[in-house]
Design a protein around this ligand. Sequence first.
Ligand code: HEM
Length: 414
Amino acid sequence: MACPYASNDDGSIFSGNFTDEIQDGLNNLAITEGINYHQYLQLSKVLSAQKPLSKVEEGKGSVHDEHLFIVTHQAYELWFKQILYEVDSIRDILNNNIVDERMMLMIVTQLNRVNMIMKLLCDQFCILETMTPLDFLRFRSFLGSSSGFQSLQFRILENTLGLKDKHRVKYNQQYYKDVFNDEESIKLLDESARKPSLLELVESWLERTPGLSLNDFNFWNKYQAAVKQWLHDEFKAPAEKETNPNLKELKMAEYNKIQNAYTETLNEDNYRRATERGERRISHSAFQGAIMINLYRDEPRFHQPFQILTMLQDLDSHFTKWRYAHVMLVQRMIGSKLGTGGSSGYHYLRSTVSDRYKIFLDLFNVSTYMIPRPYIPQLTVSMKRTLSVMLNGQTPATPNTEDQLEKQAISSAV
Ligand code: HEM
């Protein structure tokens, strides 16, 4: 009788009357069971990819710090890869007309992961900062024209998040794509710019916020009335009551200024013009959705959307911090020398640390439009019920009359 563990002529270990599928599964199991740490992580490839180019003296090895320089960049690229993997997964979930709310937790988890990685990437620069400018100069000339500016993954990531060409600062009068000359890279860059970005998907998702439509809760009308009332009570009425003419003028001017800021957003035409000027990135109705989620974040159905909006702002903050940490490193290492990629170096990079590069700028602007709690329009009974829907599709015991709603408000306030 043949040994059941002996391999067959074709290298497979198990055999019998199995279907091809089962046989493949058993063979894979045997392979993975035999696999070791080194093989699984393909460490022979990863650990043989550090090839310093500098030469201290003919035949005497490379400049010590070049090894750190290579490892640091490789670690960044690996993390960029993971971030792209997570962001693509979030995009897949959002890229549907109806987003399954059970997947919200997945989005929160993955966004949180991306933020943790970005935080690490900001901190990681300090390791490279242990290299001195003089030591960097010992091998800088060996880098040729290679530069982080040619990081394909970084550009794909910017596009995938939603950075538009019109917001990029031109580098040496060059378009960022000009530095890529192989077909494969250009194809990948074009694809990343063409597919719906995370910003666009978040925008469509916000446009579908429950309660926005006119024949539903009609949030926007109610919100505009609430803003008017608040501006009246907080600014206009005290200004009108003021007896000192100088103070009255000052208070009226303040009221008019604040009112104008609100009018710009409340009025759809004004908002559109602000979008054309590049001051707004998302549609008017998506902006309404973001305001609504922020105001009613205590309602169960808005808990996770609120967390998502917060995390998207965190993502922008981390990216801005990354750009800032990088530019500080660059100034420390090369002062105002030109970059190896041909840009003005520090000055070019400093111009990228700005709102032009913020993807979710509108979410930061939502804070301008928050109004004090007592002015937030009360939810109707049916809206309260809609926003109480639990993720498994069941509705919790919700009050069904205005009277019960009021009683519940009083008891929860107690
Ligand atoms: C000694 C360390 C470093 C120096 C002196 C340096 C210098 C520069 C300079 C001067 C630029 C502008 C383009 C150019 O003219 O070359 C640049 C761009 C860039 N670098 Fe670095 N860099 C350093 C480390 C890093 C590290 C560790 C990363 C991580 C991946 C990185 C990623 C990038 C990226 C993505 C850009 C493009 C930024 C943009 O255009 O918005 N750099 N770097």
